[in-house]
Design a protein around this ligand. Structure first.
Ligand code: IPM
Ligand code: MG
Length: 361
């Protein structure tokens, strides 16, 4: 029987609770589809700072590199907010992205039919088909460029640098074209080419790479317009490809359109099949330990893990189907509505796992 090795980075806040439920679901999928998974835990974020003094201990990088995939809960919490930038939990997240070469961040934002009324957009605007995939560059740009403090005109000043090389742009753009080919074959590249030189290089490169993908319809949009179009007519988008910073901002906006940030997963992919999967929501320290957090974004991240790192596409579809079905029966507090059963984090995990029987996918 094929065995896969998964590293669990439970992290902080609600991280451990939601990862536990995703593991239940992965184990059930393994049982039904005939493979096995062994897990190893490693430290990242606040808990790593508390236990080792560093947000990303070397052993964590080693364990992740030796694994087939990494499942992450969430990092961060008030107790670490006062630390200097390089020692904050977030530095651990940026560090693991860089160390594993996870340059392609896939963030789907779609409407779950039973949750349609949760969208802050009017029903005639949100439609019933919103299904966007944001492909965000994750290991370059202003997040990793030179930064510093200087003096200018006698005043304290600071700077950060947006820098992209052509190979960095080419690889993320190719990833985006390939995923678009498997979807509705529309790709919108978002930049600020009317102002930024780095965006002009980005756009030139996108246009050149597009020749390799004649079956995909390509468009370009300035980031300010894209932010507006997302709330004006989200149904016009299929796949969006953009830089690290623009992708960070637009993916939060897109996630809100679905009305339920507790539902959305993400995948961070490298050139190999090794990937890191995490919910897009944060560690929600206020909710931790109460058993009320929504585990579905982490469960859907596990579905992405099954697909992209383990190649278990049927198991992945089955998990997604089980989540859709679970939503019709019960809800955690964040998405609860009159007429639905209100369940805890663990009950939701049990419900989804119980719906995985392999009969449909
Ligand atoms: C995200 C988060 C991170 C980012 C933070 C926590 C460093 O906002 O994954 O979108 O900015 O990339
Ligand atoms: Mg973000």
């Amino acid at each position: 029987m094929k065995n896969y090795r998964i590293v669990l980075l439970k992290g902080d806040g609600i991280g451990p609770e939601i990862v536990k439920e995703a593991v239940k679901v992965l184990d059930q999928a393994a049982k039904v589809y005939g493979f096995s998974i062994s897990y190893e835990e490693a430290l990242l974020g606040g808990i790593a700072i508390t236990q080792t003094g560093k947000p990303l201990p070397e052993e964590t990088v080693t364990a992740c590199k030796a694994s087939d995939a990494v499942l992450l809960g969430a990092v961060g919490g008030y107790q670490w907010d006062q630390l200097p930038g390089s020692l904050r939990p977030e530095a651990g997240l940026l560090g693991i992205r860089a160390a594993l070469g996870l340059y392609a961040n896939l963030r789907p934002a779609r409407i779950f039919a039973p949750l349609r009324s949760a969208s802050p957009l009017r029903e005639n605007i949100i439609g019933d088909a919103m299904d966007i995939l944001i492909v965000r560059e994750l290991t370059g740009g202003i997040y990793f460029g030179q930064r510093g403090r200087v003096e200018k005109n006698g005043a304290s000043a600071a700077y950060d640098t947006e820098l992209y090389t052509v190979p960095e742009i080419e690889r993320i753009v190719r990833t985006a074209f390939r995923v678009a080919q498997k979807r509705r074959k529309m790709l919108c590249s978002v930049d600020k080419a009317n102002v930024l030189e780095s965006s002009r290089l980005w756009r030139e490169t996108v246009i050149r790479v597009a020749k390799e993908f004649p079956d995909v319809e390509l468009s370009h949009m300035y980031v300010d317009n894209a932010a507006m179009q997302l709330v004006r007519n989200p149904g016009q988008f299929d796949v969006i490809v953009t830089s690290n910073l623009f992708g960070d901002i637009l993916s939060d906006e897109a996630s809100m359109l679905s009305g339920s940030i507790g539902m959305l997963p993400s995948a961070s992919l490298s050139d190999s099949t090794l990937g890191l999967y995490e919910p897009i929501h944060g560690s929600a320290p206020d909710l931790a330990g109460q058993g009320i957090a929504n585990p579905l974004a982490t469960i859907l991240s596990a579905a992405m893990l099954l697909k992209y790192s383990l190649g278990q596409e049927r198991a992945s579809r089955e998990v997604e189907r089980a989540v859709d079905q679970a939503l019709l029966k019960a809800r955690t507090a964040d998405i609860w509505e009159e007429g639905c059963e209100r369940v805890s984090t663990a009950q939701m995990g049990n419900l989804v796992a119980g719906l995985i029987d392999g009969k449909t996918a």
